[in-house]
Design a protein around this ligand. Structure first.
Ligand code: AMP
Length: 281
């Protein structure tokens, strides 16, 4: 039986005396990507908690906070099917009792200002603030996040380290449609034509990965070619090291892309392996 609570007080009493707590934070509109996180998290704790909260502070003023898809009844059903024990679905007042202006927030630092942070300057401050609040409410032993939002995962790991939070962070691989398109709650905004062109993102990343043995330049060129052929001008296409530091030359790396296809902003990324020695001409 999946229980549903809406307040921190109810959450605390539901978890009193519980053993190890595994936690998956979400904004709802749950899809198979979220379900994969629940499955990953299930064996990591005796109790599995999922939160469903559309966090206003991570949306910019021109963004889709009001339009963001919401269906708590369907989300609860998905959670129940995936073995979630407890759903925490607070309202905005419960999470932000003093409102959202002028409150204490978590500054993400430099890493919060590049890539997604360059396009969405207040986004990661909102994400880290709500994740810190959720951790304080749930007090999990382990929390699971998707690699789909790779910069978010890196920043959450940094926050936990910097603020000495007593929680383990686990990353979970990206879940994709058969076309390769990474699942996202925002894909509902895509028209059929946009959905088709969005599939070029993962093809570009795969092409980049296949070029890995030829070095960083070749990776970027291969990915760029696929995007160009699909008529897609990315917001960014970058190769970083696994910690999102720029210009890796060898070893494990990450290729990240963001693009606006129609209304939504689509993100994707893939792991790349660069040769440990520079390729010879
Ligand atoms: P959201 O509800 O979009 O805030 O996402 C909640 C969690 O699910 C985040 O940790 C996301 O990275 C993760 N997530 C969303 N989509 C996917 C996906 N396609 N594959 C893996 N994880 C995902």
């Amino acid at each position: 039986m999946t229980a549903v609570v809406h307040t921190i007080a109810e959450l605390r009493s539901a978890l009193a005396g519980a053993g190890r707590v595994a936690f998956v934070p979400t904004m709802g509109a749950l899809h198979d990507g979220h379900v994969q996180l629940f499955k990953h998290a299930r064996p990591l704790g005796e109790v599995l908690v999922a939160s469903v909260f559309v966090n206003p502070t991570q949306f910019g003023p021109e963004e889709d906070f009001d339009a963001y898809p919401r269906d708590l009844a369907a989300d609860i059903e998905r959670c129940a099917e995936a073995g979630v024990d407890l759903v925490f679905a607070p309202d905005t007042d419960e999470m932000y009792p003093l409102g959202t202006d002028g409150i204490v927030m978590v500054d993400p630092g430099e890493l919060g200002r590049v890539l997604e942070g360059a396009a969405r300057p207040t986004h990661f401050r909102g994400v880290l603030t709500v994740v810190a609040k959720l951790f304080a409410a749930v007090r999990p032993d382990v929390a699971v996040f998707g690699e789909k939002d790779f910069q978010q995962l890196a920043l959450i790991r940094s926050m936990v380290r910097e603020l000495a939070m007593d929680v383990e962070i686990e990353g979970c691989p990206i879940v994709r449609e058969a076309s390769g398109l990474a699942l996202s709650s925002r894909n509902v905004y895509l028209s059929d034509a946009e959905r088709e062109s969005a599939a070029a993102l993962s093809r570009a990343l795969e092409a980049g990965r296949a070029a890995g043995s030829a070095g960083a330049e070749a990776v970027l060129a291969a990915a760029r070619d696929v995007l160009e052929a699909a008529g897609i001008e990315p917001d960014y296409l970058v190769l970083t090291d696994p910690y999102l530091r720029p210009d890796p030359t060898s070893g494990p790396a990450r290729l990240l892309v963001a693009v606006r296809v129609g209304t939504p902003r689509l993100l994707d990324n893939i792991d790349i392996h660069l040769p440990t020695h520079q390729p010879q001409d």
